[in-house]
Structures are given as structure tokens and as C-alpha cells.
Design a protein around this ligand. Sequence first.
Ligand code: BTN
Length: 252
Amino acid sequence: MTDSDSPILPPGYRLIAREAVGSTNEEARALVAAGVSQGTVVWAESQTAGRGRYGRDWISPPGNLYCSIILRPKVEASRLSEISFVSALAVRDAVKTVLPPDIPVEFKWPNDVLTAGRKVAGILVEAEKLPDEERTALIIGIGINIVSAPRETSYPATCISAMSRAPRVSRLLTALVAALDRRVEMWTRSGFSVIREEWMNHAYGVGDQVTADSGVSGVFAGLDETGAIIIALTDGARHRLVSGSVRFSGIG
Ligand code: BTN
């Protein structure tokens, strides 16, 4: 790696750069067990066993961004799940810096990031609580498609180079970690309501027909104060879904 390929991280962050790993989340987990500090960023050029949500594979050839950021946020344990929305805002901020301003960057519940309606980035948050440590470590795994996107996916995928000139991976990582640092600060200072409000301002499919994994179907009506999705049913009831995934009619 040359100097111009080196990401610049905010104060308090430390980079561990690798060529190929199984999964950056797995590397990060081992580092947490070894006692590494908050703010460690594991970045790999490619992954041989990249993981998505629900045990899905995250195909990880060179050219895209794969990283895992270790944080120990100063919030109550019951609020840690909010970090996936905080991270999604940071991914949107970073992706926005490399795309033309007219391309919409939106969120699909709970934390997929879409550009022009297709998935451009995924987030996999894993928690690790060591018995002798007071605060839970969060491993925020982020994959952003820069030069390639998988074809056979349940939800249509895209990459940045399909819409604009591909940025250097290191430049996008610089923008991402800076954005995450700002968003986490905003969250710990002001609470989840501001995060939720901004997420909703850029939510994909509000008012559209949506179906949960369980088969419950209705209209995507918003998020509650914890980040659960609210699905309005035809009989007027409101179904609240805390975790899982949803499909919008016609598009996976
Ligand atoms: C998803 O949308 O299913 C989440 C995908 C998360 C992929 C990233 S790539 C970096 C980190 N390491 C992994 O193995 N997974 C996450």
C-alpha cells in the first residue's frame, strides 16, 4: 500500500489493514478478545468468508470496501441496537461524498443502504461482552460496493461505479470513519430521536406495501421510538417488528 492509499482516521482511531482475511468481523472479534481498544478499524482488500445478515455470504472481491469498526459506546445496554441506524446514517454520509448530488441514497429497514433503489452497502453489527469488561464491544461490519456488486441476490444490488467515477477505497474509508465518529457523537449527546428522524427523512418505501419474513403484510408506516418498523394492517391495527427483514412489493 502506498501513502496515497492510506486512509486518514480521526483522533482516537487505529487502523489494522490486511490484504485478504476470512471476515473483518471475525478478525475484529479476535481483537476484542485480545483486549484491543475502542476505535480499532479492521480493513481488508478482500474477504474469503465475508458474512451478511442471517448467515448469508457477502461476496468480497478486491475493489470494494470491507471494514469492521470496534466501538464501546457510552449508552445503556438496552439501547445498543440503535447503533445499526447510527451506522446507516454514517454510510449514507460517506456514500454521498462520492456520488452526484441528484442520486438518492436511502435506507431500507433495518439498515441497508440503497442508491437509486438498489442495495449498495450492508451493515452487520455484532456484540461481544467480555465477562471482565464493563461495556459491551460492538463490531460494526460494513461492506460498500464500489466497483462490483453481486448478481444473484434476493434484493437488487448495485455499485458506486455504476453511477459515478469509482473512488479509492481508502478515500471512502476515510469519509466513513469520520462520519461514523460524528454520528456516534450525535447519538450519545442527543439520543436516538434525532437519528430516527433523519433515518425516516431518507427511508425507502414509506407508505408502500411491505411484507415481513413472518408473512405479515401492510403499509410501511414508520419507525417507533426504539427503531422497530411499524406496519399498518388493512384492519387498522399496527404491527411492530423489532428485528428481521422486510420485502417491498415487486423488489425483493
Ligand atoms: C448484510 O447486508 O447482509 C450485511 C453485510 C455486511 C458485510 C460486511 S463486509 C465487512 C464485514 N465483514 C463481514 O464478514 N461482513 C461485514
